[in-house]
Design a protein around this ligand. Structure first.
Ligand code: 6GU
Length: 263
């Protein structure tokens, strides 16, 4: 997969040299290139922003440096049938989640346009639709100063789904959000630590019992911490074994949705 990132703080993206993503780059699985937006300015001060038309606080990123940068990225792009996807990190975007990470992991070329200040002149975003599939994307309902931290998060979430980036692909199956549920709690040695014992089922050697326990812990945790996710599950499509165990744990099915047990 090819990834281009355009930013006025290219050093921010140095973290992409580290860990699994850095290894994947060394191995040639990920081709990540970071570009300094200021390289694409033509004035002495390398100006990337100006005051907003209509007034208001803050500065807006100028359209022309973005057009120059994105044209340069397109010119250097590997030949392909598809237009690259231009991800514009913004608190005003569609919310990023694991399903979107999977979708993006299936694409050949992602380009990230890191805005700062109050955002990028909207005409540059509209102009980019000729050459890119443009997607404004948010990490969640809070505001960051710029897109760089969001890009680090998205590249890691997407990158680790690409074959060859995570050593053991089974790690991807049993993790939070893989099946719309949060992950079960995990423990390692010693089995007794500062007076706290691990759940005895994990020492039983009974793999079916362990699997059932872990599955129920996933439901319990999701009900406690993310009732919104629980509400997204179509209870009528759950395996009969899940429904039986859920009923025994006090869960109810109302209108095809799981209801949490009272504590
Ligand atoms: Cl993707 N960008 C910015 N600037 N702020 C955010 C965000 C992105 N996601 C949440 N807040």
């Amino acid at each position: 997969m090819r990834i281009d990132v355009v930013s006025i703080f290219p050093e921010y993206l140095a973290a992409l040299d580290l860990s699994l993503i850095g290894k994947a780059r060394q191995d040639g699985v990920l081709d990540v290139r970071v570009h300094d937006l200021r390289t694409f300015t033509t004035d002495r001060h390398r100006t990337v922003d100006d005051t907003p038309y209509g007034g208001g606080a803050g500065m807006v990123m100028k359209a022309e440096p973005w057009a120059q940068a994105l044209e340069s990225v397109l010119a250097a792009a590997p030949a392909s049938q598809h237009r690259p996807t231009l991800i514009v990190p913004s608190p005003a975007g569609a919310v990023f989640n694991q399903a979107m990470a999977h979708e993006l992991a299936g694409l050949e070329h992602l380009v990230f346009a890191c805005g700062r200040y109050e955002g990028i002149d909207e005409r540059a975003i509209d102009w980019a639709r000729d050459g890119f599939d443009v997607r404004p994307v948010s990490l969640g309902d809070y505001v960051l100063n710029g897109g760089e931290v969001a890009v680090l998060a998205m590249v890691e979430a997407v990158g680790r789904l690409i074959p060859g980036v995570v050593g053991n692909p089974e790690s991807l199956v049993e993790e939070s959000h893989a099946d719309g549920l949060l992950e079960y709690p995990v423990y390692t040695k010693p089995s007794s630590w500062r007076g706290r014992d691990i759940p005895e089922v994990l020492l039983s050697g009974n793999h079916a019992r362990i699997a059932r326990w872990r599955r129920m812990e996933q439901f319990r945790r999701t009900a406690d911490r993310r009732p919104d996710l629980l509400g997204d599950i179509d209870a009528t499509s759950l395996p009969a074994a899940d429904l039986k165990a859920l009923r025994e744990a006090g869960f109810d099915v109302v209108g095809g949705r799981l209801m949490r047990p009272p504590h």
